[in-house]
Design a protein around this ligand. Structure first.
Ligand code: NAP
Ligand code: COA
Length: 263
């Protein structure tokens, strides 16, 4: 298939991807890298970071890995500082580390609720805050990874709904504060994306996956590549007037008709 992006458009650019060792975030790191960006990925597990780096290197991406927890501000700041120092700044930052499990609000402990808020929302604040001083300004593009839970209440997801709604508003708040320095801040809001840890946790049987897919206007799950293409667009010169936006990549899910009934 012909690539819709011109080869090498991100040559000379540097992208840091928090939570970039697997799934959607790794696909974004690979996409930005395939278009020429130097990439830094960050997550907790050294094994996952090593495996992701091996994949990126195999595909010709210039990538470095860092381990740490987004809940630990010093670890985040240290990794971002090291990545920035190697190449004299950062152009693109993706904040996508997240935790999810299925649990009723009354059936999870306060610590369980806090854990997801701290990974998703506080972690995103940490990544954004630690990046700011290293951004090449004007022109930097920051992307937070939201989810349909930010805008549609889903049972057994009160922790994720709250965290992702916070990420959406943090995205807008930072777009307003940082816009004058030439930094764009947007969020990507994926719907159900196939072959991901997130969907393995949310749809435990093929029947459930089928039911979720049939309620989506486009009648299928999205792909990691489709989300990665949106990320590439938002970092590109085609998106230089887009900031403070929460862009869905959800097959029309948030457009409405949750019943799936026609007529
Ligand atoms: P995933 O593969 O589990 O990706 C999560 C990544 O975050 C992993 O690399 C994980 O690596 C890292 N991570 C988790 N906790 C962390 C922490 N405390 N500190 C640092 N890194 C941490 O899941 P995914 O399904 O691709 O989801 C990726 C993003 O897309 C998430 O923000 C998710 O909410 C969003 N999303 C997913 C879907 C979907 O259908 N899958 C839909 C909407 C939105 P380590 O374990 O090594 O830390
Ligand atoms: N139901 C209810 N509570 C749960 C739970 C579940 N399925 N899984 C974990 N918890 C609770 C734990 O019991 C603990 O609470 P407690 O101390 O009161 O017992 C709290 O959540 C923290 O769990 P812990 O395992 O210590 O957290 P962690 O920081 O090691 O891991 C998670 C964070 C729980 C979010 C883990 O699932 C994770 O690392 N996820 C990352 C991958 C992921 O979720 N990918 C999909 C992204 S959409």
């Amino acid at each position: 298939m012909t690539d819709v992006f011109e080869a090498g458009i991100f040559r000379g650019k540097r992208a840091f991807v928090a939570g970039g060792s697997s799934g959607i975030n790794l696909a974004i790191a690979a996409r930005l890298g395939s278009l020429g960006a130097q990439v830094g990925i960050f997550s907790r597990s050294p094994d996952k970071v090593d495996a992701a780096l091996a994949m990126l290197h195999q595909n010709g991406v210039d990538a470095a890995g860092y381990t740490g927890d987004v809940r630990d501000y010093d670890a985040v700041a240290s990794a971002i500082g090291q990545f920035a120092k190697v190449g004299n700044g950062i152009d693109f930052v993706v904040s996508g580390a997240a935790g999810n499990f299925v649990a009723p609000a009354i059936g999870m402990s306060p610590n369980a609720f806090r854990t997801v808020i701290e990974i998703d929302l506080l972690g995103t604040y940490h990544v954004m805050r630690a990046s700011f001083e290293h951004l090449r300004r004007p022109g930097a593009s920051l992307l937070n990874i939201s989810a349909v839970q930010s805008s549609q209440a889903i049972p057994l997801q009160s922790h994720v709904c709250s965290a992702k709604a916070g990420i959406d508003m943090l995205t807008k708040a930072l777009a307003v504060e940082w816009g004058p320095s030439g930094v764009r801040v947007n969020a990507i809001l994926p719907g159900p994306i196939g072959d991901t840890e997130g969907m393995r946790r949310l749809s435990s049987t093929p029947e459930m996956a089928e039911r979720i897919a049939s309620a989506i206007p486009l009648q299928r799950f999205g792909t990691k590549a489709e989300v990665a293409n949106l990320a590439a667009f938002l970092c590109s010169d085609a998106a230089t007037y887009i900031s403070g936006a929460i862009l869905t990549c959800d097959g029309g899910q948030l457009a409405g008709n949750p019943t799936g009934v026609v007529g």
